[in-house]
Design a protein around this ligand. Sequence first.
Ligand SMILES: [Zn+2]
Ligand SMILES: [Zn+2]
Length: 480
Amino acid sequence: MRFLAPALLALLVPGAAAAQDAVFTGEITGADHQHYKPVPFDVPAGVERITVTLTYDKANKTVVDMGVWDPERFRGWSGGTRDRFTLAPSDATPGYLTGALPAGRWQLMLGVPNARANSRAAYRVTVDFDRAGGTHASERIADAPLNPASGWYRGDFHMHDANSDGSCSSQSGKRVPCPLFRTVEAAAKAGLDFAAVTDHNTTAHFGGLRELQPYFDRTLLIPGTEITTFGGHANIFGERRFVDFRVGAAVPDIAALTRDVAAAGAILSINHPALPSGEACMGCGWIWPNTDWNRVTAIEAINSTITTGPLAGIGFWYARLNEGHRLTGIAGSDNHDPDAPEGKAPIGRPTTVVHAPELSLAGILAGIRAGNVFIDVAGTRNRLLEVTAAAGKSKAVMGGTIAGDAGLRIHAHAVGVGGASAELVVNGAVAAQSPVAGDDAHVEFPLAPRSCGWAAVNVRDGEGRPLLVGNPIYLTCRRS
Ligand SMILES: [Zn+2]
Ligand SMILES: [Zn+2]
């Protein structure tokens, strides 16, 4: 049994502005000692998540256990261990069962293992519903970010475990579906700030991530899904519900899928877009017609070890940028085995480094959207690429926009890549190159007046292989 100080208890209570769907208050007295006290509540149709929070006066050693039954069956018990639980079709607090949330009368059950004879302890139960298309209570009462500071955060956006086709060696050396824990542990050992687990077409790993997150309190675990269609793969981040992947069947076309993902406030990132399709790699390349690029946020510019050549995603990404679309380039190891046998990309290689307002799911999503992001191909813990554009008094960082009419200067701060070569890319073509002098170096590139479109900086090694891949700064020009 663990008792919380009143100050800590206050933190668990949702903010005063939050309007709960139901609030129940009452008293636990000596008469409740070793009794169960049902607190019924009604769940309307269309609820996608139920979150229940209990606070009570723990003085005088009053203890209240908690669990819940839906109209038909038992749905979980956390005893006196927790003050809050959440249930959804895709995930639930450990100790609770995922699954459909039937409308009707539910019973929250308060068990009282101890209440002293003459004691009176006030309690308060709040019930929050997430509704389709409505505000999400679970976001309002989400746990605090792992790190509240704004800054650069390193992570891997793409990996698989036993919940799809990830595998590893068992105790006796057999190849077995690899437990989610091993995957997450490898991400933590790689020193990543965040790791997105993206099993194919399923949300079955979301509950496991919810269980693992409190233990891995230095690595933000992002529940993702790799939507795996016959015409391409895309990772979705920030959607906790199942997304139907059956384009051409349950979903009319890819535009409908991207519209629904965007409407949910989630991010869609197209994976390994330049891989072949057909029998060589079924459904791997992105070949959907009518892709609504305004609803695509990111492209996996580097997948696994494919950094150069026609199969790399960078060319596909640059082609979309040249069409005028704004897309953040990210990377993923696409790891299927946390032990990463020779020749396969380990978790965290490549790494995407995101400038985010905080280390939380919302923070990383905001960072991808803003586009101040670069790829560290080797997945180091120290390399840095900060790019700014300056024209007169105005400035922009990667993902930002600046006027290119009067000419400007592109400045790159590169750390950990001394002796390498920085290149300026303008509208997809290398416009200039400059050596990176030292491990904490500054490189400047001038851009002529009427530079319109986009510019990015990359860093390559002596053999021309990319070490750091920067995101574009968008250059606008007034029509003359
Ligand atoms: Zn894939
Ligand atoms: Zn994958």
